[in-house]
Design a binder for this molecule. Structure first.
Ligand SMILES: NC(=O)c1ccc[n+]([C@@H]2O[C@H](COP(=O)([O-])OP(=O)(O)OC[C@H]3O[C@@H](n4cnc5c(N)ncnc54)[C@H](O)[C@@H]3O)[C@@H](O)[C@H]2O)c1
Length: 272
């Protein structure tokens, strides 16, 4: 029996990176997990075919002794979001925890030179996608009457400006505003809403972008990573397991009065 035994947790973007670690951490604590993702056929900027990646995370979760449901869901599309959330409610019976983790980091240009597609796609996934998932899941949480936890994976870029990534920065700042507002709106139902703000993790998303920046600047990927680490005060990359631990905390009984907050896991980046 884990602390989350009997609870049902949705994690978006769970085929790899932090979402995978979050799904496994929640399953390890006893929660049944419902995980979704999208592949490059629908979202070329993620740079990989979904293939068996999500199936593998579902199998790893189930091996921890919980129920694990998985499915394709592009969080930009409300019909797919509604179908996935409906399936979770029907097959797993309730929704206690929603982790809005899916996100993209694509394109690197100053705001005045940015193209429409990069800006709009980034907002559609990183901000609107989380809102769509929340809009679908909250009525199920309210109907269940047992409260709930919404955990939005924002970023250090949701708190400070990030030149060259204004589109990403705008999406994450807005996600934090949505977090605070929903915390106020849902407190009466016992639903907490919090953000997690990671700093630099060398996940596939960042590997891809750092590779592009390195190629353009004539640097190695390691040198770009050194630049990212230069603004942190603990000079080491953060691991997906470390941000997953913050999700576990926000899902725990100990955090039942924590709402509307940002849990910053950024190695000190935003401190100065
Ligand atoms: N890696 C970092 O340094 C860092 C820092 C701060 C915040 N974040 C945030 O953490 C979250 C997880 O990112 P990660 O670092 O694990 O990167 P990642 O690219 O490894 O994982 C993101 C996942 O989201 C999925 N996804 C993308 N678009 C989707 C869509 N439309 N519908 C459903 N799924 C979709 C991708 O397929 C991928 O599996 C993101 O929200 C990201 O913005 C990352």
């Amino acid at each position: 029996m884990g602390e989350l035994t009997g609870k049902v947790a949705i994690v978006t973007g769970a085929a790899r990176g932090q979402g995978r670690a979050m799904a496994l951490a929640l399953a390890g604590a006893g929660a049944d997990v419902a995980i979704c993702d999208v592949g490059e056929a629908r979202m070329p900027s993620v740079g990989y075919a979904l293939g068996g990646a999500l199936d593998a995370v579902a199998a790893e979760s189930a091996a921890l002794g919980v129920r694990a449901l998985h499915g394709f869901c592009d969080i930009r599309r409300q019909a797919e979001v509604d179908a996935f959330v409906g399936r979770v409610a029907a097959e797993l019976g309730r929704i206690d925890i929603l982790v809005n983790n899916a996100g993209i980091l694509t394109g690197n240009a100053p705001m005045h030179l940015l193209d429409d597609e990069t800006f709009e796609t980034t907002i559609a996934v990183n901000l609107t996608g989380g809102w769509r998932m929340s809009r679908a899941a909250v009525p199920v949480m309210i109907a269940g009457g047992q409260g709930g936890r919404i955990i939005n994976i924002a970023s250090v870029a949701g708190m400070i400006g990030t030149p060259g990534f204004g589109h990403y920065c705008a999406s994450k700042h807005a996600m934090i505003g949505m977090t605070k507002t929903m915390a106020a709106e849902l407190g009466a139902y016992g639903i907490t809403v919090n953000a997690v703000c990671p700093g630099f993790l060398p996940t596939p998303m960042v590997e891809h972008t750092a590779g592009e920046i390195a190629a353009r600047a004539g640097l190695t990927q390691e040198q770009v990573y050194e630049q990212y680490l230069s603004v942190a005060h603990i000079k080491e990359p953060i691991s997906p397991e470390q941000t997953a631990a913050s999700v576990l905390y926000l899902a725990s009984e100990a955090a039942r009065v924590v709402t509307g907050s940002n849990l910053v896991i950024d190695a000190g980046w935003s401190a100065t």
